[in-house]
Design a protein around this ligand. Structure first.
Ligand SMILES: NC(=O)C1=CN([C@@H]2O[C@H](COP(=O)(O)OP(=O)(O)OC[C@H]3O[C@@H](n4cnc5c(N)ncnc54)[C@H](O)[C@@H]3O)[C@@H](O)[C@H]2O)[C@@H](O)CC1
Ligand SMILES: Nc1ncnc2c1ncn2[C@@H]1O[C@H](COP(=O)(O)OP(=O)(O)O)[C@@H](O)[C@H]1O
Ligand SMILES: [K+]
Length: 500
């Protein structure tokens, strides 16, 4: 399991550890890990050109000490100091003693606020040009502007440096996190550094795993500095072994009913394909049987003859262990209401989200799993799609609380949150090839099947997202794939997870 902790928790763990260690020991651990990662990225350290962007906190201190280590190995290291009089004194001293040099990078005036570029003004043309040329010629830029002490997007002088780093051909390594992102939420308010690699200390921070900030982090390398973190994380990402342990496996005593029967109320005359795709995901999700209820029975049977079909409405079909309702359902509000009345776990997706009565969902005693994409979540919350996409963690928690349900918010980094708070799951396996019509229907069938097999809503949602993301990768393999290809690749994803 990969876990991420909030800044507050990290600070507390750091305080506790620092009290037991000699002064500066923690920063040396961080700097050693950072320097090693930089050296790996450079390949050859000797003769390389390294520029450190250094803010006035300990994040800059990490960069300076790592720069000193690289300078001792023969790199040409220059620190650009945003606030020369407040730069970390010990780090600065170490860098200078190792043969590094220093430039002032404060008050480089940016042009505009969105597209910050160093311009004449501030300290004047001369210094701005020196800094721009340094960064432009660098092999590696180390972003030590701000770490977990940052608030809001980068200030203008820091934004100007970030823009220069983005324009240069240098690889960019962020220290702890890309400066300018919100560590606790993954939100990005204004300018932020775009890194190729982030070297983070002690634990992942939520912002490194959640969009939009995740994209700024590049790949992420965790350096263990010995922090003792409490049991429950803020955020967790399942990995192969975690998923393998949760997959429902049949045993000698299993029969199709004991493995779980999933009911699917989906599809309409207009959208029969949604029913077919939901069934295609469900048949690969571990339930022993799938019952389909709705107007697309002919299409479902033609594609999947093993499906049990009925046109009698959800309330009168035989017993099921879980329901999926909503994909392609059009305006079939009565099916949604009937399914919400069932005392088994229910997954609500697509049209079902719009048709579900909030009080009816809140009144349910069995688990409910809602699976909106950002647009659907926005409609339920009464905000814009951009507002949801910009604040995904807050949005998923708010929706879960409002409906008293588990919510899976789809996207490049799918999040799953329970109503009562607690850890939120983030899915690491997705691929942008999954942004194809009908892939959400496959996901709802798959997650429903896992619910029918007995997984909790949080586990069913996060295991389904994991398998679905992996199946998307296998199906696409560098070329477009349709939703039915994704469903067909679920068994490969399942086998891959079990193989470890
Ligand atoms: N506390 C510890 O034990 C350790 C801390 N470490 C490092 O220390 C960092 C935290 O250090 P600090 O608490 O000093 O804080 P930071 O260095 O993250 O940030 C504080 C500085 O950034 C400036 N700043 C804040 N928001 C800004 C913005 N939007 N634009 C530009 N500048 C901004 C502040 O004025 C302040 O000078 C961690 O991220 C990590 O890199 C590591 O050395 C490991 C050990
Ligand atoms: N950029 C992306 N990267 C990774 N996964 C994505 C991306 N965009 C969408 N997805 C995934 O693709 C699926 C799309 O679902 P949805 O929007 O409901 O589509 P549909 O309604 O057409 O079935 C979701 O599982 C979502 O997480
Ligand atoms: K940083």
């Amino acid at each position: 399991m990969r876990t991420a902790y909030s800044v507050e928790t990290v600070r507390a763990a750091e305080r506790e550890l620092m009290a037991r260690l000699p002064e500066g020991a923690l920063m040396q651990r961080a700097a050693a890990g950072l320097a090693a990662a930089c050296a790996d990225l450079l390949g050859r350290v000797y003769g390389s050109r390294v520029v450190l962007l250094v803010g006035s906190g300990d994040n800059g201190g990490d960069a300076l000490y790592a720069g000193a280590r690289l300078a001792r190995r023969g790199a040409g290291v220059t620190a650009v100091l945003l606030a020369p009089e407040r730069a970390h004194a010990g780090g600065l001293d170490a860098l200078l003693r190792a043969g590094g040099s220093v430039e002032s990078g404060g008050s480089l005036a940016p042009v505009g606020t969105d597209d910050a570029r160093v311009a004449p003004g501030g300290q004047g043309d001369g210094q701005a040009r020196i800094v721009a040329e340094l960064i432009g010629r660098a092999d590696l830029v180390v972003d030590g502007i701000v770490g977990i002490g940052g608030k809001g997007g980068l200030r203008p002088d820091a934004a100007a440096l970030a823009a220069l780093a983005a324009d240069s051909r240098a690889a960019v390594v962020a220290v702890d996190l890309p400066s300018g992102i919100e560590a606790d939420t993954g939100e990005v308010h204004g300018a932020a550094v775009r890194a190729d690699l982030t070297v983070t200390f002690g634990t992942h921070k939520p912002g490194l795993l959640i969009d939009p900030a995740r994209v700024y982090a590049g790949s992420v390398r965790l350096v263990d500095i010995g922090l003792a973190l409490p049991g429950e994380a803020e955020l967790e990402a399942l990995q192969h072994a975690d998923v393998a342990a949760l997959l429902p496996m049949p045993g000698a005593e299993s029969d199709k009913y004991r493995r779980g029967v999933l009911g699917i109320a989906a599809g309409s005359a207009r959208y029969p394909g949604a029913a077919v795709l939901a069934v295609s995901g469900a048949l690969r999700g571990g339930a022993g049987a799938v019952r389909y209820v709705g107007p697309a029975a002919d299409a479902v049977i033609a594609a999947f003859p093993e499906t049990l079909v009925s046109d009698r409405g959800p309330a009168r079909v035989g017993r099921v262990q879980a329901w999926v309702v909503g994909p392609g359902a059009g305006d079939d509000a009565s099916s949604v209401a009937e399914v919400l009345g069932a005392e088994v776990p229910v997954l609500v997706d697509a049209d079902g989200l719009r048709l579900a009565d909030r009080d009816a969902v809140r009144a349910r005693r069995a688990p409910t799993l809602m699976t909106p994409h950002a647009g659907e979540a926005a409609a339920l919350l009464g905000v814009s799609r951009q507002a949801v996409e910009g604040a995904r963690l807050d949005s998923v928690r708010e929706l879960a609380a409002a409906y008293g349900a588990t919510v899976l918010l789809k996207g490049a980094t799918t999040l799953v949150a329970d109503a009562g708070g607690g850890v939120v799951r983030v899915n690491p396996t997705g691929t942008a090839w999954l942004a194809t019509a009908g892939s959400g229907d496959v996901l709802s069938g798959l997650a429903g099947s896992l619910l029918a097999a007995g997984l909790s809503a949080l586990d069913a949602g996060s295991v389904a997202a994991y398998l679905h993301g992996l199946a998307g990768r296998f199906a696409a393999d560098g070329a477009p794939a349709g939703a039915h290809d994704v469903a067909a690749a679920i068994p490969d994803a399942w086998r891959d997870v079990r193989a470890g």
